[in-house]
Ligand binder design. Sequence first.
Ligand code: RUQ
Ligand code: CUA
Length: 656
Amino acid sequence: MKNNIKSTIAILSVLVTFTNCNNSGKSDNTSGELASNVAEKVYVAPGEHDEFYAFISGGYSGNLTVYGLPSGRMFKEIPVFSQFPTSGYGYSEETKPMLNTSHGFIPWGDSHHPDISQTNGEIDGRFIFINENNTPRIAKIDLKTFETTEIIEVPNSAGNHSSSFVTENTEYVVAGTRFSVPIPQRDMPIKDYKGNFQGALSFISVAPETGHMDIKFQVLMPGFNYDLAHPGRGASHGWFFFSTYNTEEASTLMEVNASQNDKDFIAAINWKKIEEYVNNGGGKMMPANYAHNVYDEDTHSATSTMIKEVRVVNPSEVPGAVYLLPTPKSPHGCDVDPSGEFIVGNGKLSANLTVHSFTKMIDAIENKKFAGDAYGIPILNFEDVLAGVVEQAGLGPLHTEFDDKGNAYTTFFISSEVVKWKLGTWEVLDRQSTFYSVGHLTIPGGNSGKPQGKYMFAMNKITKDRYLPTGPELEHSAQLYDISGEKMELLLDFPTHGEPHYAAAMRADIIKERSQKIYDLEENKHPYAAKSDDDTRVERKGNEVHIYMTTIRSHFSPDNIEGIKVGDKVYFHITNLEQDFDVPHGFAMIGQNTSEILIMPGQTKTSIWEPKQVGVWPFYCTDFCSALHQEMQGYIRVSAADANTPLKWSLGEDIE
Ligand code: RUQ
Ligand code: CUA
């Protein structure tokens, strides 16, 4: 009884609070979390669609997740660098080649920075690229199908972190090495790092129509750590900027030894100049070994090709192509504003934010005002290229994004906040706390010449008390802010998956319209496709058995198979005959040493089973596809290795 009274009082006081809020009429107050208009701002009614897509990197999950904004609802996890039992990616025979590398099959990756393709400096929603940090790779996801369709390994690279960022017409997707290494790799003492290790910056060309990727050239830089990067745009289109740390070239106890120099550099690369040099036969081909994996939508299959050489360019061969801009102090993010004039160095150990001017940089280069050189690369004077400093903005700046009104937003890890400041005047306009320890932030279109504004979300490294506890491990937390007004307003917390290093976001309309609903069965060129029940069959080749199987609501054809033997390798090649949106069928076989597979309408996928025990073993559909989904099953009779049970199959009648 007492409890009842207590809770009634609690409810009343909550109501009173809300009434007060509403009566106060303060819609722009900073305690916005409780105001009911905040809830309206993120409310997307049942059946309605979100206004923006957000593609959030999964970090150590190796994948990419798709969210809607402003609701913060997660729509999909796109498998990229990691095996994914939910769809069978990396488990099906068709997709295993996607995870092939020069180190063999790798079931996992560490994805960091997604970036959407651009046309004329605007994001176009055709493709999204993302890097793998650990075993350097760049992946491309087709935003028609939301499938990973290409992965290219990056040789001469390690800790592929200053990646993947695209130039304003998607001429290149760029990947830079975080860890310098011996190039070519060789057996040598670690203590000889300095002067001997190198950092490769890779320019991967993207074919305008198909999106096909190729490593056009690698620039072999001094042995610094290349942490983040961004393309020039507008006037600075043709340049690429990379933040560096460990210009000390230390190889041990980096937290001390790589923090000695007062200033590190932002490296400015004139890729247009190097491209021209390379187009005229410049650079040299160097032996290499890296995988290029391509998924073909017609055959529904991936192939992996090993490539044996790569073109490398030394900065000294192309005078005027590479410069170093002194930047305090161990900068992390390297961000370019929408106009292309300002290059922000987020010096994570510095109290101030340094902003370089592209115009001043060009002036200084033309007047040959250099402060020295590093391994022959000219170093510009700090003062000569400085556009301005955002003073004492916060502690531990990491990343900066931009809106469409000339404002910048920088995350501060240590002081756990986002700070809004004005480009050109460098004054701080607003600051809002994040919960807690923010890394990256994203504004839709924020990494292009045309930011779309409206929202900003912060991706935080520490969650602590933001959600119901789930044991020691918590999902990371993101916070959505309304940035349409003068002050940022916190709207929503939502959980993210893995560690979201970065995200790309854009208005939903373009992607939504182009999104594919089914695969055309007629166009299916999979060599093992069965396009109707007439094509279904079982073929034995030695101890390999190939089952050409179809699915349609609600049966497999065939669904009874006899004559399989212990020691066989059984390939289920399953074609989903459906031609309706959102009707996949799944497949799983008891005792399989792999995951289930999910087959989209019109698609063929292959799953392997190596039966080890005699018996009659069932398989079934894993996706609740119809009222008779539970009936969607079949049996396989497995006989002893030396038995002579004839190979037979059927649907709807007994095997005699
Ligand atoms: S990082 S939290 Cu991998 Cu982009 Cu800066
Ligand atoms: Cu097909 Cu359930």
